[in-house]
Design a protein around this ligand. Structure first.
Ligand code: ADP
Ligand code: ADP
Ligand code: ZN
Ligand code: ZN
Length: 745
């Protein structure tokens, strides 16, 4: 069959230089090129954008009101487009009710299984859902957690009741509430709490309601004894009527803990009692997916076969994509960006729609080199189901599964935006582009690692899957923490180590939450200084140079765009005709500094700005941006347009402090071209040379090979992981036969 092509003619979105391009349908096309070269501008902001827009136009105006709004991309024409699904790295988020089971559509299948075959059988499938009032635990309403008393902060274990052991507000010695415990007759009021017997302790915290007689300076009362935990919780339920100040006062004494009515299972007791081969629906959802697969394979009853097959299909897809260490109960809000993307992928894999256009954004994020082949299998499968697959990716192993390559460049920003190569993968390898060259070379192993002398340590932990391990981070060197996905890296580095080293500078990939009007210059605190320079040179006030303040365009209020409300039609976002999107009032543009007005200055990229400014503090900030590989970014670029990897590097630029710090970075190479990885590594080495301690969680072999010290977790993900397999310099890792990472560096 003849190949069909998606054709782009005259694309000019962002930095694209009026490019035309063909992409084969029914194939995998990988987009490569340095960061900022224009890959996303083609794939997301032109192709996906136009596909979304055209699809929306097929709906009635009424329906369109509920759909996301798509602006037409800057392009002359696109031919032969298919409906597009963008599978990005946005975290799945969601509330506490959203789990891997609900999002992968496995939970409803399990409910079908239990409603038909479990004993005792509960008549309705809804009862097997913790999101349904019929199935949910009544106490926590299906959340599995509840707000309760924080025993650690509420009690002074060294003191007796007479000495004021209860620290809660309102429970001081001789108060009415104190009397409910001290005059209950259950306790020795001079005995410190740490000396209580188990029985006394239970009575104190969880004793049942009963009448007691107490005396107080104001008289005698009949009171009700009730364990302190229960009394506190009842008070919490009444909190709704308390003033904000009262609530604040109680906050330090509260903690979110497992619901003790359902023991965290979220279900009613009847649901837990209803079982299949000795497992409740909750038991199955708690199992690691690799275990779940084994258990379900043993459910061989012929009537169940059809449902079991469908469940296993999805479970296996999740395992195949390297998520075998998860359980169905895992809350989606706790998944990383890479994990979220892979869960979404599985959802699409089970779709029977064909002729779709699937677009992936660096799907290798968070995956150990060992698991990349599984990802590749999945991408191939989606293609072979009759779809077109577009992937933006830097990982050499993913690039090599491409049927077709589009290499964008040569540089970033205005230095990019052209197509360096487009054609079959085999031809690309012979090509002289930076990407092709980089694919053929490997970073050497660090043969002269810095000397290791002292260590920062964490406590020994068994959080999540950790097997009683502690992290020992050598000071003033570059440490890379490795291991397959789910082996416990984040748990050990973030949840244990960083948590205990409060002064650490932790730089993650979470989006930066600030005002929608923020840009790179305001975020880094450069904007104030630039405004002052303009003010001084022109002898006017600095507020004039802020589009959020006096300088803003009167028409659009400094937004740069205007929303037109056309009552019967869609609302339309339009570039403001008055300021042409520049956000400033026209009269502000008459003022210049060094011959440029404020709009021209904000349009400069970091390189240009470095040539332009001489003020020390501004130059220093610009140099940090250069260091973190963001020199292609323009000063006025809105924060909302930064990718996860770019956000991380921007945060790093902001957070860099005087020397002698502890830095923790989570996969800082996300979104980085191989060339940019070298820049990043230079920066990390400079940080270390300046006397800082740097810890990086990373899968990129180029980074691992450059470490002074490697800590490898594993061997597998989930319950098969959680051990430290190796700690030492890169050379020695090669000899560690247990380590999966050793095989890849
Ligand atoms: P890549 O995906 O190759 O890293 P992008 O397509 O994201 O590159 O960026 C190409 C250029 O377009 C960069 O200079 C970037 O700063 C700029 N750019 C990206 N998004 C926007 C936007 N929403 N508005 C203005 N410029 C943008
Ligand atoms: P890595 O960072 O190496 O990919 P993680 O530390 O994220 O590994 O995960 C290690 C184990 O802990 C996995 O089995 C994972 O499912 C589990 N885990 C991680 N975070 C949570 C969480 N918030 N709640 C429950 N389990 C978690
Ligand atoms: Zn409960
Ligand atoms: Zn305007």
């Amino acid at each position: 069959m003849e190949t069909q092509w998606i054709t782009l003619i005259g694309a000019r979105q962002h930095n694209l230089k009026n490019i035309s391009l063909r992409i084969p349908k029914g194939k995998i096309t990988v987009f490569t090129g340095v960061s900022g070269s224009g890959k996303s501008s083609i794939v997301f902001d032109t192709i996906a954008q136009e596909a979304g827009r055209q699809l929306n136009e097929t709906y009635s105006n009424f329906v369109r009101n509920f759909l996301p709004k798509y602006e037409a991309p800057a392009i002359d024409a696109i031919h032969n487009l298919s409906p597009a699904v963008v599978v990005g790295q946005e975290r799945l988020g969601g509330n506490a009710r959203s789990t891997v089971g609900t999002i992968s559509d496995i939970a409803p299948l399990l409910r079908v299984l239990y409603s038909r075959f479990a004993t005792p059988s509960l008549q309705t499938a809804n009862m097997y859902s913790f999101n349904d009032p019929q199935g949910m635990c009544e106490i926590c309403e299906g959340i599995g957690k509840q707000l309760t008393l924080n025993v650690d902060t509420s009690l002074d274990m060294a003191k007796s009741l007479n000495e004021g052991a209860i620290l809660l507000p309102g429970y001081g010695v001789d108060t009415y509430y104190w009397g409910l415990y001290a005059q209950s007759g259950f306790f020795d009021n001079d005995k410190p709490l740490h000396a209580y017997t188990e029985e006394e302790w239970q009575q104190f915290l969880y004793g049942a309601e009963q009448k007691i007689h107490i005396t107080h300076s104001t008289g005698e009362f009949n009171g009700t004894y009730m364990g302190l935990v229960y009394r506190f919780r009842r008070a919490l339920q009444q909190q709704k009527e308390l003033s904000e100040r009262e609530k604040k006062k109680r906050e330090p004494f509260m903690i979110t803990a497992k619901c003790d009515a359902c023991n965290g299972s979220r279900y009613r007791p009847e649901v837990l009692a209803s079982q299949l081969h000795g497992y409740s629906i909750y038991d199955l959802s708690e199992l690691q997916l690799t275990e779940l697969s084994k258990v379900l394979t043993n459910f061989t009853d012929p009537q169940m076969e059809a449902v079991i097959t469908r469940i296993l299909q999805r479970v296996h897809s999740l395992i195949d994509i390297g998520l075998g260490y998860m359980s169905l109960n895992r809350e989606t809000a706790t998944l990383s960006g890479g994990e979220s993307q892979r869960v979404k992928m599985v959802k699409y894999l089970s779709s029977t729609l064909t002729g779709m256009l699937y677009i992936f954004d660096e799907p290798s994020t968070g995956l150990h080199p060992r698991d990349v082949y599984r990802l590749n299998d999945l991408l191939r499968q989606i293609r072979d189901n009759g779809n077109t697959v577009l992937v933006v990716e830097h990982d050499a192993d993913v690039i090599q599964i491409a049927d077709y390559i589009v290499d964008v460049g040569p540089g970033a920003g205005i230095h990019g935006g052209t197509i360096l190569f487009s054609g079959p993968y085999e031809q690309f390898k012979e090509n002289g582009s930076i990407t092709a060259q980089a694919l053929n070379t490997q970073t050497p192993l660090n043969e002269k690692p810095r000397a290791v002398t002292t260590f920062l340590t964490s406590s020994t932990s068994s959080l999540h899957n950790l097997q009683q391990v502690a992290l020992h981070v050598p000071e003033r060197v570059l440490t890379v923490v490795t291991g397959v996905a789910g082996s416990g890296k984040s748990t050990l580095v973030h949840d244990v180590f960083a948590n205990e080293h409060a002064e650490a500078i932790v730089i993650d990939q979470q989006p930066i939450h600030t005002n929608v009007r923020s840009n790179a210059a305001t975020y880094l605190g450069m904007m104030d200084k630039i405004r002052k320079l303009f003010a001084k040179e022109n002898d006017v006030e600095a507020a004039l140079f802020s589009y959020n303040s006096k300088g803003g365009c009167k028409e659009c209020g400094g937004n740069g765009s205007i929303t037109l409300n056309l009552s019967f039609l869609d609302n339309v976002e339009r570039v403001c005709p008055s300021c042409r999107g520049e956000r400033y009032d026209e009269h502000v543009l008459a003022y210049t500094y060094n011959g440029k007005n404020i709009v021209e200055v904000l349009a400069m990229d970091v390189e240009e700005a470095l040539q332009f400014f001489s003020a020390k503090d501004i130059v220093k900030k610009l140099q940090t941006l250069q260091l973190v590989g963001l020199s292609y970014m323009s000063l006025g670029q809105p924060l909302s347009t930064f990718s996860g990897g770019e956000c991380q590097r921007l945060k790093l630029a902001k957070e860099m402090k005087e020397d002698g710090q502890l830095y923790i970075l989570d996969e800082p190479t996300t979104g980085l071209h191989i060339r940019d990885v070298a820049t990043l590594m230079n920066m990390l080495h400079q940080l270390v040379d300046a006397g800082n301690t740097v810890v990086v969680i990373e899968h990129q072999t180029d980074v691992i090979r450059q470490a002074d010290w490697i800590i490898d977790l594993g061997p597998e993900g989930g319950s098969g992981g959680g051990h430290i397999l190796f700690e030492g310099p890169p050379q020695d890792l090669l000899a560690c036969s247990m380590s999966i990472t050793a095989k890849y560096i």
